[in-house]
Design a protein around this ligand. Structure first.
Ligand SMILES: C[S@@+](CC[C@H](N)C(=O)[O-])C[C@H]1O[C@@H](n2cnc3c(N)ncnc32)[C@H](O)[C@@H]1O
Length: 285
């Protein structure tokens, strides 16, 4: 077994192509495997252990270099092409096709987290009231899918209802000319999202620390819900959206269990057959 590991480590050390920026997926796979070995504790072969540590640091440095260059593109206002390119590449290699367990994460999430560098608050997060759903980010491939299918344009205002750390609004602000607003009850998450938007010069991304039920929804043309709440709270927010739809056409995009509830709203029409494992898009009628 140790011989096989030595051979695998040697193969990775000799594979110069692995350090090329676009080999992110292979690097992340290799890093996962190396980290599994390291998690097993110090090996009997100290030299091999040191080589694995060194390889891990080299691969991680290549990733950090890639994330830095994408951040610089975004700061110059030129991040859309690069980020869309990564989503297209992931789709081409089968990563983005809806998997059976639709809420799993993949290397696009590692990329997005390296690019955004959100510093999740370690503590000081307020307890959730009944019917509010705890924070969990939309898997990146679904955020890309939603942005592509909603064809967000400059005239659009995307509002993420229960935005968490702001992944979806930040990514949409990077990839499109739309104004993107995240409404989130947890002020510590809003602070993180705002710091990220400032660091990346994303003037079209704003974050509001508020309960969705008392927020101003009047600017929104596309509303996103990754099941932020359930039960009567979801019903109440759906009636607020219905009221918005009385004065203009809006679209509602959902992911997760709330899709089935939203699909029952008679004032909304699905653009496609809603599926549980990918974002669903509805238009007001
Ligand atoms: C499942 S997470 C979704 C995060 C984000 N939309 C995303 O897709 O990455 C749900 C978020 O909704 C927030 N939330 C729950 N109820 C809320 C409410 N009434 N008003 C504002 N935010 C709420 C939670 O704090 C949590 O961050």
């Amino acid at each position: 077994m140790i011989e096989a590991l030595r051979a695998r480590v040697g193969g990775l050390e000799r594979d110069d192509a692995l350090l090329e920026p676009d080999r992110l997926r292979r690097r992340i796979d290799a890093l996962d495997r190396l980290e599994n070995h390291l998690a097993g504790g110090p090996s009997a072969d100290a030299a091999l252990h040191a080589r694995i540590e060194c390889l891990r640091a080299t691969l991680e440095a290549a990733n950090q270099c890639l994330y830095r260059s994408i951040r610089e593109e975004i700061q110059r206002g030129a991040g859309a092409e690069s980020m869309r390119g990564w989503a297209a590449a992931a789709a081409a290699d089968g990563q983005a096709s809806p998997p059976a367990d639709g809420e799993r994460y993949d290397y696009l999430d590692t990329l997005l987290s390296g690019v955004l560098q959100l510093d999740e608050p370690a503590s000081g997060v307020a307890e959730l009231a009944e019917e509010m759903v705890f924070y969990q980010p939309t898997p990146a491939r679904h955020a890309f899918d939603m942005i592509r299918r909603a064809a967000l344009a400059e005239r659009d205002v995307l509002i993420d209802l229960g935005a968490g750390l702001g992944h979806v609004a930040l990514l949409a602000a990077i990839c499109t000319g739309a104004r993107c607003i995240g409404i989130e009850r947890e002020a510590a998450y809003v602070d993180c999202a705002r710091r990220c938007a400032n660091a990346l010069n994303l003037d079209n991304a704003t974050f509001v620390p508020q309960d969705v039920r008392s927020a101003d929804l009047s600017a929104g043309t596309v509303f996103y819900l990754y099941t932020p709440f359930v039960g009567a709270m979801l019903d109440e927010v759906l009636s607020l959206l219905k009221r918005q739809a009385a004065s203009r056409e809006i679209r509602v995009c959902t992911l997760g269990p709330c899709t089935a509830i939203v699909a029952r709203e008679p004032w909304l029409e699905a653009t496609d057959v809603p599926k549980a494992d990918r974002p669903a898009l509805f238009c007001s009628v």
